[in-house]
Design a protein around this ligand. Structure first.
Ligand SMILES: *Cc1c(COP(=O)(O)O)cnc(C)c1O
Length: 434
């Protein structure tokens, strides 16, 4: 698959080029040259495959410079014997899709694990050390550290905002005792952490020994791995009905994957992205208005985002024809649920159904119950235990069975850094030995 720059059609690159380009010139984002399309005969063939074979058939179309055998192995190591997703019936014609079964209990694990194995593969093939950077508002960091913890010839540097992520998210990031994990807690908010990671890429260049790589949500391999589960679930036989996906959205990576799956010919109806009080997306999708909002802290921190970079990627894509843009407008919808309604809904679902949902999943669930439309799938991106302290404020005597408690007894490993780039970059250089 070739990719071209969203603002210059003639700027064409292959998968590896874009994979190893962390800060493209002129902030250029890349988009697949041509989105693969599956006809019904091919869909019928895919229907019978298991998850690994299915992931192989889909992902190989987006990649190049990697043999079929190697790709299959990467997927096999990542997914063999693992519960990737499961579908739960909510009522007659509505379902809950759990994507939160991975090691750190968020959907991000599904893409991060094969990504770590792909990077291990490139490290071996190119005989280079891989230096991974991740700026996180909570879930990406824990998922990335977990996925990269055992990867040889790889070091991971995770930046998180001091005191601005949930206590459990912090524990998940910092209690992994592996030599290749370096945690930087930066005084300031997520944007500041991200700013420093970008500056590091400007200051330390790849050479014949090392490659620096970012694993943020605009990473194409993560998107590809997310496309796989939407394609997979959409052709499980729902009495031949097309379903809507309701997706709690921050950077729009998960929702972008659903949009692309639909474009690939998979039987999906609407994609409904849901936000909280940080509703840039909702405003743009409903009113075509771009406004810069000030970040509001909510009970659903993983989607507290002001500018959804993957949505920008989709809409700014000059190479998309007008027809395609109209098509997106016809297929992509949005909803927003305010913080106070998230809180009252967590309580409501507990009182009425005796069910506890995490503050992200509940947003989609609210949207479904508000409209009462059939044939919808609520996408569950996380798990309540990760937000137990916020949930306890709503339902004080709640008990959730979990084995996550052990992380409270483990030693945390992280260093706090002031907003001083010189101190940060020197420490990074020391740790990578350059
Ligand atoms: C990251 C995350 C999201 C948002 O996903 P995007 O791809 O950024 O839209 C939603 N819920 C949870 C729990 C997350 O960790």
């Amino acid at each position: 698959m070739y990719y071209n720059s969203i603002n210059n059609k003639l700027n064409i690159k292959n998968f590896c080029d874009i994979f190893f380009t962390n800060i493209p010139k002129n902030k250029t984002l890349f988009f697949p040259f041509k989105i693969p399309f599956f006809r019904s005969k091919q869909l019928n063939y895919l229907k019978n495959l298991n998850y690994i074979n299915f992931a192989f058939e889909i992902s190989k179309l987006f990649l190049n410079n990697i043999s079929d055998e190697d790709l299959y192995n990467i997927l096999h190591i990542s997914y063999y014997n693992k519960k990737i997703l499961n579908l739960i019936k909510l009522n007659n014609n509505n379902y809950l899709l759990n994507l939160n079964n991975g090691n750190t209990l968020t959907f991000k694990d599904i893409a991060m694990l094969p990504l770590s194995n792909l990077i291990k593969y490139f490290s071996f093939k190119n005989k280079k050390k891989m230096i991974i950077f991740c700026a996180t508002s909570g879930d990406t960091g824990s998922s990335a550290n977990n996925s990269f913890k055992n990867i040889i010839n790889t070091k991971i540097f995770t930046f998180f905002p001091f005191n601005m992520i949930s206590n459990i998210q912090k524990k998940q990031i910092t209690t992994l005792n592996f030599k290749n994990i370096f945690n930087y807690s930066i005084i300031g908010n997520f944007d500041i952490s991200q700013h420093f990671v970008k500056k590091i890429f400007e200051n330390i260049k790849n050479n014949e020994k090392i490659s620096l790589l970012s694993v943020n949500s605009i990473n194409w391999f993560r998107i590809i791995m997310q496309i796989v589960y939407y394609c997979y679930i959409s052709i499980k036989n729902f009495n031949n009905n097309k379903f809507d996906f309701i997706i709690p959205s921050g950077n729009f990576g998960n929702a972008l994957a659903a949009v692309l799956s639909k474009k690939m010919g998979f039987p999906i109806n609407k994609i409904i992205s849901c936000t909280n009080d940080n509703f840039y997306l909702d405003n743009y999708i409903k009113n075509n208005k771009i406004e810069n909002f000030i970040l509001k802290k909510t009970i659903a921190p993983s989607i507290d985002i002001t500018i959804p970079s993957n949505f920008i990627r989709l809409m700014n894509n000059n190479c998309l024809k007008k027809k395609t843009i109209n098509d997106i407008n016809k297929n992509v919808f949005s909803d927003k649920i305010y913080n106070k309604n998230i809180i009252s809904s967590i309580e409501y679902f507990y009182q009425i159904y005796n069910k506890i949902y995490d503050p992200h999943t509940i947003i989609s669930l609210c949207s479904l119950y508000k409209e009462k439309i059939d044939n919808q799938i609520v996408v569950s991106t996380s798990y309540p235990i990760k937000f137990i302290f916020s949930i306890k404020k709503i339902i004080p005597n709640i008990k959730i069975k979990t084995n996550i408690k052990k992380i409270f007894f483990l030693k945390e490993k992280f260093k706090i850094y002031p907003q001083n780039f010189l101190i940060i970059i020197n420490s990074i250089k020391n740790n990578i030995n350059v």
